[in-house]
Design a protein around this ligand. Structure first.
Ligand code: PEP
Ligand code: MG
Length: 592
C-alpha cells in the first residue's frame, strides 16, 4: 500500500464515497514504433483496416447496449466516434505514412491523430479544442486493437467500487451508472458541466472531476476516498482517516435522509409566503432525481445540452417527443423550457463559431434569430408538445425589447403555421431570462411584454461585473453579493412586482441556502436549482419569515463592500439558523 495522497479537483456531485479503486481507462497506451520493409507494407495496411473494423464493431456493441438501457439520447457521440473511424484525414493519412514513410500501422495512426489534433488546435473555438479529446479516444482504440488489447473494460466493476478514469465518454458513464452499483467517481479531466458530472449529480453519486493526475497514481484495489462536496480525493487513506470519512459519510447520509422528511411539505415561510422550489435540468434522466428531492416542477430546462456533440440538428419530431415526455412525466407541475442557449462554446458538431469574444457574440436568442430553421423547428416541437403538460417557454439572453418582440413574432408565426396545418394550438406563457445588465435596467419595459421573468444570476453576475464565469484567475471578483448585483436584483424584482408578473431565479445563487433569506426579501416567487439542493433550501424557507428577509435586504442595501454584505448575511443566518452553515458544508459542494 502506498502513502496517502490527496488531490483537489472540482466538486462535481456532493456526498462521500469510501471504496476500492477501479481504474476504467488504462494509462495512455505506449505506441510501438517500428520500421517496416517494402514487402510488409501491404500486410500493415491490412492490419490497419482490420483494427478499424474491430473498433467499429466494438463501438456498435457499446451503442446497442446503451440504447437498450436508456434509449438513443447518449448515442450520438458514439456515432460521431464511428464516423471518425472512416475519416479520410485519419485513414488515408495513416495509409500514406505506412506506404511512404515505412512505419508500422500503430505509429502511423498515432502520427495521423497528432496531425488532426494540430489542425483542431489552430481553431480557437473551444468546441474544436474539445473535439481533440474525441480524436484521441478514437485513435487510442485503433492502436489498442492493433496491439491486440481489448479496449473496452470487459470485467464489470464490483459493487461499491470507485471509478477512477482519465475521462469518461458519455457511453462509458451511462453504462457504468446504469449497469453497476458504483459508489463514486473521480476523473482527471472534466468540468462542473461535463456530462459525467451532470449525470453523477442527477443520480446522487459522489464525484470529483478535473482532479489532475489521479489515474496515473492509482492501482486497482487501493483504498480511495471521494468527497464530492469539497472536491477532495484521498488515495490510500490511513485507517484513521478512512474511519473519519466513513463517519462523515454516515452523517451526510443521515442529514440527507433527515432533510427529505420535509420533502412533500410546501416551501412556506412562518409568515405565510410560499415559494415554488423547482429544478434545473440538462437531461431527461435528471427528472427522477428532481422529483425524489421534492422538486415542484422544472424552472429551467437547458435544452441545448441535449443536442451538443452530435453531427446533425434535432428534427422537429425529436424536439416534440422529448418535450412531450418531460411534460407528461411532470404534469400538472410547471415545466419551463428554455429555447436553445447555443453559440459560443455550445455548438452542435459541424457548426463553427470564430468569434473572438464568444460570450458577447452570437449566442442564445441572437443565434436562434439568425438561424430561423433551427429556431422554428424547436418552437414547433414546443407548441405541439404544449397540450401534454404545463409548459412555459423562456427565451435566454434577451438584451432588449426588439429581441423579445422578434422572438415572439416567430413564435406567433409558427403557431399560425401549425393552425393552418390543422393543429390545435394554445400559446403557453412566454418569459425571458434576465441575465444581461441591459435587460435588468429596462426590466420594467420588458415585463410589460412577457408573462414572467427569470433571473439568470450566473450570466448576470458575469456581465455586470465583467468577470468571465469560467476563468479561475478572476474568480475572486465573481461576487454574488456585490452591491451592484444586489441593486440589480432588487430592480428586476420590483419591475416584476409592479407589472404583476412572477419573478423566478434560476442561476446557481437560487440553490445557495445562505442566500435564501435575502431571496425571500427580494420577493421572488420561484427558485430553480439542482434537485439535491432543494431540501436544504426548503428547510431554511420553512424556518424563515419573509418579513425578516425584507428587513435584512434593506440593511444590506445600505452597506457598500461585498465583503461586508456577505459577512452581514453570514452572521444573520448563523444567528437565525444555528447549525445551518455546518449542515450546508456537510451536504453541499463547496462553492466552485
Ligand atoms: C444563468 O446564466 O444564470 C443561467 C441559469 O443560465 P446558464 O447557466 O445556462 O447560462
Ligand atoms: Mg445564462
Amino acid at each position: 500500500m502506498g502513502a496517502p495522497t490527496t488531490w483537489t479537483g472540482i466538486a462535481a456531485s456532493p456526498g462521500i464515497a469510501v471504496g476500492r479503486v477501479w481504474v476504467v481507462d488504462r494509462r495512455k497506451v505506449k505506441t510501438p514504433k517500428r520500421e517496416v520493409g517494402s514487402t510488409e507494407v501491404g500486410g500493415e495496411i491490412q492490419r490497419l483496416h482490420q483494427a478499424l473494423q474491430a473498433s467499429d464493431a466494438q463501438l456498435q456493441a457499446v451503442k446497442d447496449k446503451v440504447e437498450k438501457l436508456e434509449g438513443t439520447e447518449h448515442t450520438a457521440i458514439i456515432d460521431m466516434h464511428r464516423m471518425m473511424l472512416k475519416d479520410e484525414l485519419l485513414v488515408l493519412e495513416a495509409e500514406r505514412l505506412v506506404r511512404e514513410e515505412k512505419v508500422n500501422a500503430e505509429w502511423a495512426v498515432k502520427r495521423a491523430v497528432r496531425k488532426i489534433k494540430g489542425a483542431l488546435s489552430d481553431v480557437a473555438d473551444p468546441y474544436f479544442q474539445e473535439r481533440r479529446a474525441d480524436v484521441d479516444y478514437v485513435g487510442e482504440r485503433i492502436i489498442r486493437n492493433l496491439m491486440g488489447e481489448a479496449p473496452d473494460v470487459q470485467e464489470p466493476p464490483p459493487e461499491g467500487a470507485i471509478i477512477v478514469a482519465r475521462d469518461l465518454s458519455p457511453a462509458d458513464t451511462a453504462l457504468l451508472l446504469h449497469e453497476h452499483k458504483v459508489a463514486g467517481f473521480v476523473t482527471d479531466l472534466g468540468t462542473q458541466t461535463s456530462h459525467t458530472a451532470i449525470v453523477a449529480r442527477a443520480l446522487g453519486i459522489p464525484a470529483v472531476v478535473g482532479a489532475g493526475r489521479v489515474t496515473q497514481a492509482c492501482d486497482r484495489g487501493e483504498w480511495i476516498v471521494v468527497d464530492g462536496g469539497r472536491g477532495t480525493v484521498v488515495l490510500n487513506p490511513s485507517p484513521g482517516e478512512r474511519m473519519d470519512y466513513e463517519a462523515a459519510r454516515e452523517r451526510y447520509q443521515a442529514s440527507e435522509r433527515e432533510l427529505l422528511t420535509t420533502r412533500d411539505l410546501p416551501a412556506t415561510t412562518l409568515d405565510g409566503v410560499t415559494l415554488r422550489l423547482v429544478g434545473n435540468i440538462e437531461f431527461a434522466e435528471e427528472v427522477e432525481g428532481l422529483l425524489a428531492h421534492g422538486g415542484e416542477g422544472i424552472g429551467l430546462y437547458r435544452t441545448e445540452f441535449l443536442f451538443l456533440g452530435r453531427g446533425d440538428l434535432p428534427s422537429e419530431e425529436e424536439h416534440y417527443l422529448n418535450y412531450r415526455r418531460i411534460l407528461e412525466t411532470l404534469a400538472p407541475r410547471p415545466v419551463t423550457i428554455r429555447t436553445f442557449d447555443l453559440g459560443a462554446d455550445k455548438l452542435p458538431s459541424g457548426m463553427k463559431s470564430h468569434a473572438e469574444n464568444p460570450a458577447l457574440g452570437l449566442r442564445a436568442l441572437r443565434y436562434c434569430l439568425r438561424q430561423p430553421d433551427l429556431f422554428r423547428a424547436q418552437l414547433r416541437g414546443l407548441l405541439r408538445a404544449a397540450p401534454h403538460g404545463n409548459l412555459k417557454v423562456m427565451f435566454p439572453m434577451v438584451s432588449g425589447v426588439a429581441e423579445l418582440r422578434a422572438a415572439r413574432r416567430v413564435l406567433l408565426d409558427v403557431a399560425e403555421e401549425l393552425r393552418r396545418e390543422g393543429t390545435l394550438v394554445k400559446l403557453p406563457p412566454v418569459g425571458i431570462m434576465v441575465e444581461l445588465p441591459s435587460a435588468a435596467l429596462i426590466a420594467d419595459r420588458l415585463a410589460r411584454e412577457c408573462d414572467f421573468l427569470s433571473i439568470g444570476t450566473n450570466d448576470l453576475i458575469q456581465y455586470t461585473l465583467a468577470v468571465d464565469r469560467q476563468n479561475k484567475d478572476v474568480a475572486y471578483l465573481y461576487r454574488p453579493m456585490h452591491l451592484a448585483v444586489l441593486r440589480t436584483l432588487a430592480l428586476i424584482c420590483d419591475a416584476g412586482r409592479d407589472a404583476g408578473i412572477p419573478v423566478s431565479m434560476c442561476g446557481e445563487m437560487a440553490g445557495e441556502p445562505i442566500y435564501a433569506l435575502v431571496l425571500l426579501g427580494l420577493g421572488l416567487s420561484e427558485l430553480s436549482m439542482n434537485g439535491p439542493s432543494i431540501p436544504l433550501v426548503k428547510r431554511v424557507v420553512r424556518a424563515a419569515r419573509a418579513e425578516d428577509g425584507r428587513a435584512l435586504l434593506e440593511r444590506l442595501l445600505e452597506l457598500t463592500a461585498a465583503d461586508d454584505i456577505e459577512q452581514s448575511i453570514r452572521s444573520e443566518m448563523g444567528q437565525r439558523f444555528p447549525g445551518l452553515l455546518e449542515l450546508d458544508a456537510a451536504v453541499r459542494p463547496a462553492a466552485g
